[in-house]
Each structure stands twice: as structure tokens, then as C-alpha cells.
Design a protein around this ligand. Structure first.
Ligand code: CA
Length: 397
């Protein structure tokens, strides 16, 4: 779908909002009681075709949250970019910051990043986190670490036995385009997205893992059936190349990997990630450099995989979720993309290998994260100081 010709503003104006309720929270804690009154505006959304509607419930707020993951007990782990990890109940009760979180290099787009549970978390307690690590002489790079999450009896916990299993290489100057999203495939591999660190050419350099999507074993070792494994070293990690800033990666129900990628000025992308392929950045893009320098479009170089959808104007995709829940049965198999500059949630439908934008919800704030909760609600994190954790449920439920 080439969406540059569509007028999304007209779509957005069809989304209606109305305050419908306020909620009180009574917090009951051991040895003391505190009453917290939260004024929670809820927004009722109805969409262009009137078919899919949801109510937005603010749960609590965080200081520049970046990522979230649901624990088996229904609580959420939430990372804050400055380096805090918290556990929050679905009612919004927050733990103290968890101990054992490493120092993160906070600034620009960097800091604490993703958090994902190991597929066998219930038995091994392992969580995987990404964050930015400082090097010497004003350079930095993302790392992925795994640690044991120890939950305590006071609604909190700590990380133990933290072990870094992957480094962005090389560490470079600047504080942008870390990527560092983590996803596990159903056939037991660990995938990591790595941004180009705003250095462009590394995305095509097979001796660096910037601007790539990497495939590893759970302990960080390199599978010997990776496409470039015979070349050893950093090259062996590479699954795909030619990416700019792939902030979201997720598997669909067929175990196909998709990425959403920030384009330059124009040219945001959703890509179907195929083993060993080159996605073209910075040689081609449907956007142009911010300094005005033109980049040839994808169609000029057919050896590079072109995006399934591209966006100009951009949506600034920060995460992608494939929906599989019961609460919104009409959306099963659809994807939802969180939008930063577009302040939106974008619904994507699929037909075979092709994808198209079906609907865009105006969320009024930059959306940093999107996840599905245990009962099928859709959860969002706003990207800002005092940004809200939002729960979306059907209008009638
Ligand atoms: Ca591309």
C-alpha cells in the first residue's frame, strides 16, 4: 500500500472521544492505609466503519516508560528509560524500583530499553533486557542481558545473576537509533533489532552489527545455520541487513517475523523479515535524508527487499503487536503499531504476504509501547514524563 496519497486527517476526525467516567482507587497496604484519588478520564472511541470500538482506561503513569511485558500472574514489568524497572498491577499499584538493574547510559534516544520474558519464564525465571552501555571516549552502544527475576512478598523483586549476552558493535558516538527490541521465535531463537546509530553505512557493513536484525541462541551464542555463519565473528550474528532504526519486531501466528522501522524524512516501513535478505538502507529508502539529500526509492533497486507498507508522512513506529486475544475477536491476526510522532495506534491487516493500513486511532499523545494483556485487552504506554499506562477494552464489555 502506498499511503502517501491518503488523507488520514479525515479518518482521524471520524474518531470521537467522550469522557464517560471517573474512578477512585483505594490502596490497601500492610500496616498502613493510603487513599489515592485518581481522576481517570476514559475515552470512548468509535471508528470510521463503526465496527471496532474501544474504551481507553488510564491505569497509572510512569516517567518516560519504554517497554512493558506481562508476568504470568497478570502484573506488568515496565522499564523507564532513565534506568528503573517497576512491577505494576492491572489496577495501577506500582512496586518500588527493582534492585539489580544495571547502570544505563541515559540520554537522547538511549537508556533502559526493552524487557521480555524467556519463553520458559515460568520454570526458569529469566528475563531479557536491553539498555545502552557507555564505552570510553563518549561512545556507547546497546546491549542485551539476561537475568533471573526474583519476585518478593512485597509486590516487588530484583534482578540477579545478570549476564550481558550481546553487544552492539562497534560502540559509536551519538545517542540515536539503538533499536534494541527483543523477540523470541516459537522455534527457540532470540532475535534482536539493532539500529544504524545514525551512522548510515554500517547498515550495509557486514563487519558491524549496526543496522541489522540478529538471530542468536538464548545464551547469545550464534546458531550455525544463520545465513552468514560461515563468515564467523560479528557477521555470523546477522539475519538481515540494511535497516535504519527497527524499533519493533514481532512474530505473527505463522512464526513469520515482521519489523517496523523508522524511516528518514518520510519512508517509515513495515517489513516482512526473510532470512539473509538486504532491506536496502541507506542505499534506498522511500524517504530522504533530513539534510535534504535525496535517497533513491526502493523501486530503483529491486535486489533490496521493499517494505510491505511505507508511510510518508511518517507515523514513527515504535513497536508492533500481533493481536490474538478474545476481547476483540474481529482484530485477531491484525497487527497494531504504536506511533510516536503520529500520536496514534495503527491497525494493520494482512492478506498472504501483503499488508495494509486498515485504521488509525488518534491517541493524542506519543505512543511508545503496545502489548496484549492476558485477557485480550490492548495496553499502551505513552512516551513522555508522567506518560500514562492505558488499557483498551471493547466499548461493551
Ligand atoms: Ca528499506
Amino acid at each position: 500500500m502506498q499511503s502517501n496519497g491518503m488523507d488520514f486527517d479525515s479518518l482521524i476526525t471520524k474518531v470521537h472521544y467522550a469522557n464517560i467516567m471517573m474512578r477512585n482507587y483505594l490502596m490497601n497496604r500492610p500496616f498502613f492505609f493510603s487513599v489515592c484519588l485518581m481522576l481517570s478520564a476514559c475515552f470512548l472511541s468509535s471508528t470510521a466503519d463503526g465496527r471496532s470500538t474501544f474504551v481507553t482506561i488510564p491505569i497509572t503513569s510512569f516517567e518516560k516508560a519504554w517497554a512493558m511485558s506481562f508476568l504470568p500472574d497478570g502484573r506488568l514489568l515496565v522499564t523507564e528509560k532513565k534506568g528503573r524497572l517497576l512491577i505494576v498491577t492491572q489496577n495501577g499499584d506500582k512496586s518500588e524500583p527493582l534492585a539489580g538493574v544495571p547502570d544505563v547510559d541515559y540520554g537522547g534516544q538511549g537508556g533502559f530499553g526493552d524487557i521480555v520474558l524467556h519463553p520458559e519464564f515460568a520454570s526458569n525465571g529469566l528475563v531479557y533486557i536491553s539498555y545502552v552501555e557507555a564505552g570510553e571516549d563518549d561512545v556507547r552502544g546497546a546491549v542485551v542481558a539476561r537475568a533471573k527475576l526474583i519476585l518478593d512478598n512485597n509486590d516487588g523483586g530484583q534482578l540477579e545473576d545478570l549476564q550481558i549476552i550481546w553487544h552492539q558493535y562497534p560502540k559509536v558516538t551519538g545517542r540515536g537509533h539503538f533499536g534494541h527490541r527483543i523477540a523470541f521465535s516459537s522455534d527457540d531463537y532470540l532475535f534482536i533489532s539493532s539500529g544504524d546509530r545514525q551512522k548510515f553505512d554500517p547498515a550495509q557493513d557486514m563487519n558491524q552489527n549496526l543496522g541489522k536484525i540478529l538471530r542468536l541462541h538464548h545464551d547469545g551464542s550464534v546458531p550455525n545455520d544463520n545465513p552468514f555463519s560461515s563468515q564467523g565473528d560479528i557477521t555470523a550474528q546477522i539475519w538481515t541487513l540494511g535497516h535504519r532504526n527497527p524499533l519493533g519486531i514481532a512474530f505473527d501466528s505463522q512464526n513469520r517475523l515482521w519489523s517496523v522501522e523508522m524511516g528518514p524524512e518520510g519512508g517509515d516501513e513495515i517489513n516482512l523479515i526473510i532470512r539473509g535478505k538486504n532491506y536496502g538502507y541507506p542505499i534506498v529508502s522511500n524517504g530522504n535524508h533530513y539534510n535534504g539529500k535525496k535517497i533513491p526509492d526502493h523501486d530503483t533497486r529491486t535486489e533490496f527487499v521493499k517494505p510491505k507498507i511505507w508511510w510518508t508522512p511518517v507515523i514513527s513506529p515504535s513497536e508492533i503487536l500481533f493481536y490474538s486475544g478474545n476481547l476483540f475477536p474481529e482484530w485477531v491476526g491484525n497487527a497494531f503499531i504504536a506511533g510516536l510522532s503520529s500520536r496514534s495506534l495503527v491497525r494493520i491487516t494482512f492478506e498472504g504476504d501483503s499488508a495494509s493500513e486498515a485504521e488509525r486511532f488518534d491517541m493524542k499523545k506519543r505512543i511508545r509501547a503496545v502489548k496484549q494483556g492476558p485477557n485480550g485487552a490492548i495496553w499502551l504506554l505513552e512516551d513522555r514524563s508522567n506518560g500514562r499506562l492505558l488499557k483498551l477494552i471493547p466499548e461493551r464489555s
